[in-house]
Design a protein around this ligand. Structure first.
Ligand code: ATP
Length: 416
């Protein structure tokens, strides 16, 4: 039986992955449970818009009773912003697999209505259970439909209940050593810009560490190298779509919709400018429309690249449309062509450079007094100080779904 669950946590605690880890122990699973990240731009997410699915063997009625019992016990149903959804599917034939996969592809990349999930659930004979407004059904169904051609894994260690809400301590050196030995097979352990440790989240959720990597074996090795400074209740490995760019779709600006996750190719048509808060924006045009692209303050040095762009540069941008209408929140950028920039230098006369005679007044020679018009100025190329290629935001600002550059080209995977 296939089980999908979503939207069980609140900012005060819980995490849907924890529920999945408990169910794995209780029910046993044939494969790794899936942690499926969905559209990071939708406003209802608690944190990382993750849903889970698992496949279990056993007597259906018993399984359903256990799952729904756990959801009632652990989900923060009393929080009005927590809207759990649970999906059960006995079997999935090829036709339904296609429908579910299509639904996942849409949910990871665009905005989906609850009624669309209801319709797909009916078509594929899924049994659905909704709590509060039931929006969790969207993620639950998408998680069951997710088939991952490119995938990564995450090992999540959970805290003991008595530590919930307390500060997470970590032996920083053990993480640095783990990263030294296992990177890039594990990734996003440390932020290179700040040196910050990224495997320990903040907040009230039950997670103490999460390590991401290419396969379960490397995660087990990495976990063995970490020295936790608090007791760990349990550890669970998930198969995930994190770090795969599964959310991005090639689009044209004229066809963009709110919350879309997109790849756009075009030209810079407005020089970068800084807005309040230190965010840097530039204008992009692709012939069908124009959009502002933003490197937010949180993206640190990535903004230096954005700041260096000029009108005429040809780029591919990767990102999501967030709450600001018509602004793309950049996840990475590929610079395809840099416009040549020139400055005009005075010509030579009497073995010396002439001087400017004033704005639009040409040049004059200090020695012999000769005058030349502006058209005799010598164009000198200004080095752009940047190279063609990919640039991405630092790991601390990265969306869970965004593919780090270090993963590009692996197994023929590339989002460009
Ligand atoms: P949790 O750990 O509980 O899963 P979260 O940060 O992952 O926390 P949720 O609390 O699950 O966020 O909130 C996301 C909500 O948005 C869920 O109800 C999910 O079903 C729904 N959702 C996910 N993707 C989409 C989408 N593309 N369109 C509409 N709703 C979506």
């Amino acid at each position: 039986m296939f089980i999908g669950i979503d939207d069980t946590d609140s900012l005060d605690g819980m995490c849907t992955t924890y529920l999945a880890a408990l169910l794995v122990e209780k029910l046993g699973t044939t494969n790794y449970p899936k942690l499926i990240r969905l559209n990071p731009n939708i406003p209802w997410k608690t944190r990382g818009n993750g849903a889970v699915s698992l496949e279990v063997d056993g007597i259906s009625d018993k399984i359903k009773e256990i799952v729904l019992g756990y959801v009632r016990e652990y989900a923060r149903i009393d929080d009005e912003n927590t809207n759990p959804g649970v999906v059960f599917l006995e079997k999935i034939n090829q036709k339904n697999r296609k429908l579910l996969f299509g639904f996942y592809k849409k949910t990871v990349s665009r905005l989906v209505e609850i009624k669309e999930a209801d319709k797909i659930a009916e078509l594929v004979n899924a049994e659905t259970h909704k709590f509060n407004n039931g929006r969790g059904i969207v993620g639950a169904l998408a998680a069951v439909g997710a088939e991952l051609s490119d995938k990564t894994y995450e090992l999540i260690a959970y805290r003991k209940q008595e530590n919930y809400g307390k500060k997470r301590d970590i032996d920083k050196n053990s993480v640095i050593e783990m990263n030294r030995i296992t990177y890039p097979e594990t990734f996003d352990n440390i932020d290179p810009e700040t040196g910050g440790i990224l495997i320990a989240p903040r907040g009230y959720d039950p997670i103490v560490y999460g390590i991401r990597g290419e396969n379960p074996e490397i995660l087990k090795k990495a976990w063995g190298m970490i020295k936790p400074l608090e007791d760990v209740e349990r550890v669970q490995i998930f198969e995930t779509n994190q770090g795969t760019d599964a959310h991005l779709r090639n689009k044209k600006i004229s066809g963009l919709k709110t919350y879309d996750c997109v790849i756009l190719k075009g030209y810079v048509n407005r020089n970068p400018f800084v807005i309040e808060g230190g965010h840097i924006l530039f204008g992009l045009s692709d012939g069908t429309g124009e959009i502002d692209c933003a490197g937010y303050r949180q993206t640190g040095n990535f903004r230096d690249i954005i700041k260096g762009l000029v009108v005429g540069d040809k780029v591919i941008v990767y990102g999501g449309l967030g709450k600001y209408p018509n602004t793309l929140n950049l996840e990475k950028i590929k610079i395809l062509r840099l416009e040549k920039l020139f400055k005009i230098e005075p010509p030579l006369c009497c073995s010396k450079r002439m001087t400017s005679a004033g704005r639009e007044k040409g040049f004059k020679c200090r020695k012999c007094g000769k005058r030349l018009s502006d058209k005799f100025g010598i164009a000198k190329e200004i080095p752009r100080g940047m190279k063609l290629g990919f640039y991405d935001v630092p790991p601390r600002a990265r969306r869970h779904l965004s593919m780090p550059l270090v993963r590009m080209g692996r197994n023929g995977v590339c989002s460009a």
